[in-house]
Ligand binder design. Sequence first.
Ligand code: CJB
Length: 833
Amino acid sequence: VEASIPEPQREAWKRNQITSFTDKDGFEKEVVRHVETTLARSMFNCDEIAAYSATSLAFRDRLITHWNRTQQRQTYRDTKRVYYLSLEFLMGRALDNAMLNVGLKNVAQDGLAELGFRIEDVVKQEHDAALGNGGLGRLAACFLDSLATLNFPAWGYGLRYRYGIFKQEIIDGYQVEVPDYWLDFNPWEFPRHDVTVDIQFFGQVNKKTVGGKTISVWEAGEIVQAVAYDVPIPGYDTPTTNNLRLWSSKASGGEFDFQKFNSGDYESSVADQQRAETISAVLYPNDNLERGKELRLKQQYFWVAASLYDIVRRFKKSRRSWNEFPDQVAIQLNDTHPTLAIVELQRILVDVEGLEWDNAWEIVTSTFGYTNHTVLPEALEKWPVGLVQHLLPRHLQIIYDINLFFLQSVEKAFPDDRDMLRRVSIIEESQPKMVRMAFLAIVGSHKVNGVAELHSDLIKTTIFKDFVEIYGPDKFTNVTNGITPRRWLHQANPRLSELIASKCGGNDFLKDLTILNQLEKHVEDKQFRKEWAEIKYANKVRLAKHIKDTTGVVVNPASLFDVQVKRIHEYKRQQLNIFGVIHRYLSLKAMTPDQRKKQLPRVSIFGGKAAPGYWMAKQIIHLINSVGAVVNKDEDIGDLLKVIFLEDYNVSKAEMICPASDISEHISTAGTEASGTSNMKFVLNGGLIIGTCDGANIEITREIGESNIFLFGNLSEDVEDLRHAHTYGSHTIDSDLDKVFNEIEKGTFGTPHDFSAMIAAVRQHGDYYLVSDDFHSYIETHQLVDEAYRNQDEWIAKCITSVSRMGFFTSDRCINEYAEEIWNVEPLVVDRH
Ligand code: CJB
């Protein structure tokens, strides 16, 4: 490539290569330059937002230089790349992360101070990039951090939603959704108006004969343009800066149709434009739920088609033969949302590139890997055949052909099991017929993985059982989730990170988290324990201040902070938690003042969003707030119990909340939470957890030891029988829970009718989530928590021991496992200068 540029030109470019700042003075120069030129402001009107903007631009310039070099290096080396396709990337804030990852936060802190700003205040100006719902989207963000840190040539592909997850307000105890318009000023994205792809919808398929061969041609229909926006992803302590490419939709052929406009059809030309822009307008706010909306399917195809076009275009530059495609490209499907990529690649290879079906299919299946994130039936994607036919007629034909060949092979292998064909068919023969996306993803991939050991076992024995028979067990594997310690320890909890570094020989543990095990030999060190406890206390003081500022409730930081923050969902059982809180309140009320004096003060902290259409989840939020309204002003109770609902839980709030927790709750009905990742964040920040034997809780227990975790409740293998018994046997409710229900029904927490459906779900409708079955064990276990917390010295020892054993849960370990077992890719060794 270089050789094509004349020597003198090349010299001129090299001579003028950009050098990034490395010290305070260099940083200040850049900030002042951006304030005065890019932002057209001055010393006299530079507020905190301007300081944030200029600081971000200074770091962005630096990142983009690294980004360019990384891309050049990857192109030059021409090794296999990974493409992570995810409809969600829950990134949170970028500035703090960028400063820490490039190792210049101190420089920025000093520089900003000289210019008159506190770095904490500057960082807080940034709006979260909230292009995701919960765990699935945040996992994608952690994976990007690890991919860059480990120097893998990797790209993320997603949608550039104009509106991310809604902002939650609590008004009169109810959730109210407010749009999240986050793009006003976003220094972290680079529009690539020259990188566009025309995406086709609707139309029909015609057969044509070209050179004696009959081919299918997908014609006419509607065209929408995809425009690339690139977000640099800096690795920690490495020059590697990878790319997250987000697609934005716009009307093809410019702003609007000038022909229509000039002929007086103004309205329709604007309507076309708006329809096109609608595709990437908004993130669907459902977590663990698919609602089958046409626009959602349009989003999926739009994003998948643009990404594949890009990937194929890049591959073609290397002029290799198609059979080498899987040696150059690994595509990971984050859940079934990008499954149409399988069909799209087959279409490109057969219809556009003219490969034979079998040859193309071999390439396709060698390229893709599929990650399943849930066994909940309501979350498994299915699309009506009629809708797919209408929107993507050629793709439906290909899906039918994929299914035909697949079922033929199944029939051959299992001639005696006729029912097998019905069970595994990609097309569900229901009314209306449906395309089962998970089955399509399995058939079109070479590996399928779950996200924690229990979950990976469950998918093999339940929802994908037949496929294990068909393909053998080796196609199915486990990669237990992880989190990036850069954001979730170093950034979220700088003081703890520093204390750990002082005992672990510096910051290397941030790149090799198993080094945390060096902490264990200091567990007995009194001074170390004291410093550890002081940091936890300071983090609690900070959260207490936030609680005071946002809710007006004063909480005592010396209380035990009990935290449950995650999406509100019946399977995650925030209802179990709040019923437990009511039980505690009733017990306290029944005590004499003398008895009360001996009780341990507690703050129960909740946070999380309910999907706007999830009525029951919204009732749960209302109950939590109603209980808080009564308990928090009860003078008999005082500091002994406070109930807080934190508004608008998101990534940046999680960074403040995780370090401030004493005990956090991960209490899903056994077998329902695929992994959970906040459990890892809380333990890594020196908190203990109470949890069921579910998802990654089980592996956390294996790593940190049974004596350092509070497990309770029924096991997943017993869930089915219990549910069966509720429906067909006599279903008696736990007597303590019954008292809680009676109190709610007395009107102690407001109009009882508001909560009747929550109670009926347990009493009358079979208690699907086993709230009553687990209630006693839950209450008892909380008593154990209280007792353990009384012995602060031992409590801190448990926390330190746990942290020292958390090395396994870094997302770096996940990425290395994916790379080795699924992608077959290697990192690119980089020279630092
Ligand atoms: N998950 O966040 C979602 N959304 C879904 O639609 C399905 C699953 C979550 O994915 C996380 C990452 O794998 C898991 O830790 C979590 O258990 C699961 O609910």
